[in-house]
Ligand binder design. Structure first.
Ligand code: 9MR
Length: 353
């Protein structure tokens, strides 16, 4: 009965016109009704001062990820000095609007403070500062941040070898397990992820990630999920996304598409945006087709906030809203996937995070 009421409410929410005149159908109730999180990465500045940005986030998504502000460089810029202003703003906003929060990220080779990046700590010191950082960050938001990208991008860019990062050099390959245990001790309820890119469509790097995950689980290490980042190039979205995610689910893991964007080479034509909508629809459908795919997060709120133009000159328009905050066909593509999915709430075997 409860499920029916929720479903009816979600359908009504979809059918009613949007007060802001946006095309109907993107309301977060639809994602909730299908048991997945629909998320977006948020930046602290617009979250603080841009009302339209805040409304887009909570009007269309059910979950947020801090795009940068929970990274080590911002959280612990000096050894032993923590800055909680950004993370508190993201978590506070999410709580005010009823959104869940993905924690991003604990161990990553980028965006480290200088004192850590210079690599002068020996194994014992590095283990101690990592534990202190993880305890502080994960502990502060225990029960409020539901999942963490504990290790981000542990493999080399274009190879199936473990990345030669500062933890690998000092602690060896078991640093991944050590970090997962540290996070688990800081919040035993949090879902702990390894997050990676270039693994969405199978291949040697995805196979290596699979072997790593299988080995960690065999040893009883608290790994709960894999994030498939999903930074795609228009026209080049892998066809075996669902199939590849499913084999990780068969190991006993949750999966999610954690950083979706689809960049288009300039100049962008109407037909590119229409084709991009199909790509967004396909990614949502792939998640909905995998029993323990718990969500899809897009990497930024609008094209004005996307990392793409800066990092990939000549590419643009990667997100579901344009730089004027207008919904693009990609947004309708995601909604279409949700509408086509006929399973009621609960059919996925778990609730919304
Ligand atoms: O979107 C982030 C961008 O603003 C930063 O400048 C960049 C620094 O490397 O990191 C971006 O986010 C990355 C994410 O944390 C991990 N996966 C790749 C993302 C894009 O680089």
């Amino acid at each position: 009965m409860g499920a029916v009421v929720v479903l009816v409410a979600a359908v009504l929410a979809w059918a009613l016109p949007e007060p802001d005149g946006a095309p109907r159908g993107e309301r977060p109730g639809l994602a909730r009704a299908h048991g997945i999180a629909l998320g977006t990465a948020v930046a602290v500045d617009p979250l603080g001062g841009d009302t339209a940005y805040r409304e887009l986030v909570s009007g269309h998504y059910t979950s947020v990820t801090a795009e940068n502000t929970m990274k080590w460089q911002y959280v612990q810029p000096e050894r032993g000095t923590f800055d909680w202003s950004g993370p508190d703003a993201v978590v506070g906003f999410a709580e005010e609007r009823g959104l869940s929060v993905r924690g991003h990220t604990l161990l990553w080779h980028n965006q480290l403070p200088d004192w850590l990046a210079e690599g002068s700590l020996d194994a014992g010191e590095l283990r101690a500062v990592t534990r202190e950082h993880v305890d502080a960050l994960v502990g502060r938001y225990a029960g409020r941040v539901t999942s963490w990208d504990v290790v981000n991008e542990p493999f080399e860019d274009d190879s199936p070898r473990l990345r030669d990062n500062l933890w690998y050099r000092a602690l060896g390959e078991d640093y991944v397990a050590e970090a997962l245990w540290m996070a688990h001790e800081a919040d035993p309820e949090a879902k702990l992820y390894v997050n990676e890119y270039g693994v969405e469509g199978g291949g040697a790097k995805a196979d290596a990630l699979y072997e790593l995950a299988a080995d960690l689980l065999d040893r009883g290490v608290p790994l709960h999920g894999i994030g498939f980042q999903g930074h795609f190039v228009h026209g080049n979205v892998p066809e075996d996304l669902a199939e590849n995610m499913r084999r990780f689910v068969e190991l006993g893991l949750d999966v999610e598409v954690s950083e979706l964007d689809v960049r288009i080479p300039e100049p962008v034509e109407e037909e590119d945006l229409a084709a991009q909508a199909e790509e967004y629809r396909y990614v949502l459908e792939s998640c909905l087709a995998v029993s323990r795919c718990v969500g899809v997060t897009v990497w930024g709120v609008t094209d004005a906030h996307s990392w793409i133009p800066e990092w990939f000159p000549g590419y643009t328009a990667a997100l579901p809203f344009d730089g004027d905050y207008t919904p693009k066909p990609a947004l309708a593509g995601m909604v279409e996937a949700l509408r086509r999915d006929r399973r009621p709430r609960g059919a996925r075997g778990r609730g919304v995070r």
